[in-house]
Design a protein. Structure first.
Length: 372
């Protein structure tokens, strides 16, 4: 189950994992939000689909017979308790257990699985005993949507529970209709891009508060932001990037990311510790776009240093000095690595075929949990 109405890395992962389980021999039912178009190419052989807009609807549509139930999206503790009581409940950890996050939410699960070695180690350190010991790395699939031109969209994901967001959300479409939609085209110089949901776990406002002055020193460096987030997140990213003025542009959520990555010189990852894996980091590399990321897990698992991108010291430790060194070298003409050539073997470990092979022993573990 994954009931998220919007598409982020967790949903792309769920889509690939669902297909991989079917290709490994499972017959399964996917419970997903009816408003999320990501699932439109499912069902397919081995996969049934049931729409569920919320947890109550999901629970009401589950079979009464005890089953193996795998939660891929966020889930409340009350729902987890019901699943743990009635079914063989398996929970995926798509968020690392770091400061401010408790492992208590996993106590109802018969088995906990996760997506990186970084997260496995954190869960083990937090005392989670019923832990699948191997990381079930995802696969990057950037070919989503059509090949239409990339047009500017709203970077805001309005929260209809807040009066401010309701008011601003009503005004924004009016202002957009007064001007022709901008079409994304690469500008001369060095293009660095963010392709991500602009969620708090990425910590982009904090990242750019450390990097902006170094970026601003180079008039030929442009920042392109593709993604949407809450009002405060977008506002704070804009403020952090203010030193770049018109060289920082926002394009909103875009589905056809395969049309974006090849137009970027480098993908910019967020800060590391709250990130479980970073499917956008894998997507970029498989499209031939190298990555700039802090030298820390999980990025040290997904980026091959100097061959699929460049790692730099966490800018909170040195106020971005090491990033500035890397950026200066890029602007001076440092050769840009092509991950598809220089890190081909590394990237094969994140292919769909590799995911299916990882899923086979996981499926056998699920079969052991199945109620008799």
């Amino acid at each position: 189950m994954n009931l998220q109405p919007l598409t982020g890395g967790g949903e792309v992962y769920t889509h690939a994992m669902t297909r991989a389980l079917a290709d490994a021999g499972a017959k399964l039912t996917l419970y997903a939000h009816p408003g999320n178009g990501l699932w439109d190419d499912l069902p397919r052989p081995g996969i049934d689909r049931v729409d569920a807009a919320d947890e109550a609807e999901f629970l009401s549509r589950l079979p009464s017979k005890p089953s193996v139930v795998v939660a891929q999206g966020p889930i409340s503790r009350d729902c987890a308790a019901v699943l743990g009581e009635r079914h063989a409940f398996v929970q995926f950890a798509h968020m690392p257990v770091v400061a401010g996050r408790s492992a208590e939410g996993f106590r109802h699960a018969r088995l906990v699985a996760t997506v990186s070695r970084y997260c496995v180690d954190l869960l083990r350190g937090a005392g989670v005993e019923r832990l699948y010991p191997e990381p079930l790395y995802g696969t990057a699939e950037a070919q989503r949507g059509d090949d239409a031109p990339v047009l500017a969209a709203s970077p805001y994901r309005w929260d209809r529970r807040k009066f401010r967001d309701v008011a601003l959300g009503a005004l924004e479409p009016v202002s957009r209709r007064l001007r022709a939609p901008a079409r994304f085209e690469r500008r001369p110089g060095v293009t660095l891009g963010v392709v991500s949901l602009l969620s708090p776990i990425k910590q982009f406002p904090l990242l750019f508060s450390r990097l902006a002055r170094h970026l601003a020193r180079h008039a030929q460096v442009n920042i392109e932001v593709f993604g949407e987030g809450g009002y405060a997140q977008v506002r704070d990213i804009r403020r952090a990037l203010a030193p770049l003025r018109e060289r920082a542009r926002f394009w909103g959520y875009q589905q056809n990311v395969h049309a974006i990555y090849p137009k970027l010189d480098y993908l910019l990852a967020g800060l590391p510790e709250k990130e479980a894996l970073g499917l956008n980091v894998l997507e970029a590399q498989l499209c031939g776009t190298p990555v700039l990321a802090p030298d820390a897990p999980p990025f040290t698992e997904t980026v091959l240093a100097d061959r699929s991108g460049f790692l730099y010291r966490d800018p909170r430790a040195d106020d971005g000095a090491d990033f500035a060194r890397v950026l200066d070298a890029i602007v001076a003409g440092r050769p840009r690595p092509d991950p598809r050539v220089e890190a081909a073997e590394h990237l094969r470990g994140f292919s769909y075929e590799a995911l299916v092979q990882r899923v086979r022993p996981f499926l056998r573990r699920l079969e052991e949990l199945a109620p008799r």
